[in-house]
Design a protein. Structure first.
Lengths: 139, 231
């Protein structure tokens, strides 16, 4: 467990360092996440060493948001003054993000499935189409 | 007595105790609106008011828990590594889907906010709303928003997205586990991921991945979009 804590904190620290160097455009924790991922892929860090602590952290994320959320007790006035705009923006935009991401990816998957299911036929079809279309489009 | 109440030990005990009770309530009632994060925040604010503990004291006392938010983002790298086989051959489609979502999120925030007459500060505060808290706060700080409100809105968006997400995705016919996980993580960050984990291991892991990519995409896109629209 101690090794896991050390590794996670070390990558967090490296991430913060890189973040400072690039003027904070990307937060240190995100860079740390990418670096940890790369280090695990390249087996520089054995995944067993971080498993315990990383699982503890990722399965209790909601708890770590609590202190920030209690900040509501001081920020609520600004929130109340703009509640209509904040609510409308949040609701509409959140649903939009969800729909765009979900639908875009599902469309990709269906496309891939189709080309997996009928590889020969679709190849013939598309080449036939290409042949008939290309001369036409050149005119 | 007063020094005990304002001590780190007491405040940490309050946070953990309330959170555990809130979790118990959520698990036994199975009511989505009683999300432990929402009930914990309300219960803790009420407790602090009753005990006469002010926010700076609470913030100081709960710093240890707040600190773990950063390492938990780093730990998502492990989750990603564990579930990498699910995204093999899908890297491009995942990146494009999330980039499209991030852009849709930023543009819709600007559009609706301008329609409703919101000012620059509010727009900067709301732009990173679908991104995980530490990244959202960093983005809001950089673009001139109010980080405290960003934090609260991000959590509210997470709870909202986590609650309504699966229903909306059902209604719209988004059935694939990967697409559902991506949509939940990209729109409702860690809370969406917590919900995605209830749907399944694939959904959860992909959702965790989506948090990171969405955070990166939004961190890059916000300054670009703001420069283009000069808002």
């Amino acid at each position: 467990m101690v090794v896991g804590i050390f590794v996670v904190l070390l990558f967090y620290a490296i991430g913060e360092g890189v973040s400072l160097a690039i003027n904070g455009v990307i937060p240190g924790s995100v860079i740390g996440m990418l670096l940890l991922f790369v280090a695990l892929r390249l087996r520089i860090i054995p995944s067993e060493s971080v498993k315990g602590f990383a699982t503890f952290l990722t399965s209790n994320m909601a708890l770590f948001f609590v202190p920030a959320g209690v900040g509501l007790m001081v920020a609520y006035r600004v929130l109340l003054q703009n509640w209509v705009a904040i609510t409308v923006v949040s609701v509409v935009s959140t649903i939009l993000v969800m729909v765009v991401v979900g639908h875009t990816h599902q469309r990709f998957e269906k496309k891939q499935q189709r080309s997996d299911e009928l590889p020969s036929e679709s190849n013939v079809d598309s080449s036939a189409l290409d042949n008939s279309c290309n001369p036409l489009s050149k005119h | 007595m007063q020094t005990l109440i304002t001590s780190d030990i007491f405040i940490l005990s309050i946070v953990l105790g309330v959170y555990l009770l809130a979790n118990l309530l959520y698990k036994t009632s199975k009511i989505a609106l009683l999300h432990p994060l929402l009930t914990s925040i309300i219960a803790i604010i009420a407790l602090l008011k009753v005990l006469g503990i002010d926010y700076p004291t609470f913030k100081q006392g709960s710093h240890f828990i707040d600190f773990l938010l950063g390492p938990s983002v780093v730990a998502l790298g492990f989750l990603l590594h564990e579930q990498i086989e699910h995204i093999k051959g899908r890297t491009v489609s995942i990146l494009i889907s999330i980039l499209a979502g991030s852009l849709a999120g930023i543009l819709s925030v600007i559009g609706i906010a301008l329609l409703l007459g919101a000012d620059k500060v509010l727009i900067a505060t709301l732009q990173p709303k679908s991104v995980t808290t530490p990244i959202a706060i960093a983005i809001a700080e950089r673009t001139g928003g109010v980080p405290a409100i960003t934090a609260v809105v991000v959590i509210a968006v997470g709870i909202f997205g986590g609650i309504v997400g699966p229903f909306i995705l059902d209604k719209l016919g988004v059935k694939s586990s990967i697409a559902r996980g991506l949509a939940l993580g990209a729109s409702a960050h860690g809370i969406g991921t917590a919900r995605a984990m209830e749907l399944g291991a694939v959904e959860g892991a992909i959702s965790g991945l989506a948090i990171g990519i969405m955070g990166l995409a939004t961190a890059f896109l916000v300054p670009i979009v703001m420069a283009l629209f000069s808002v």
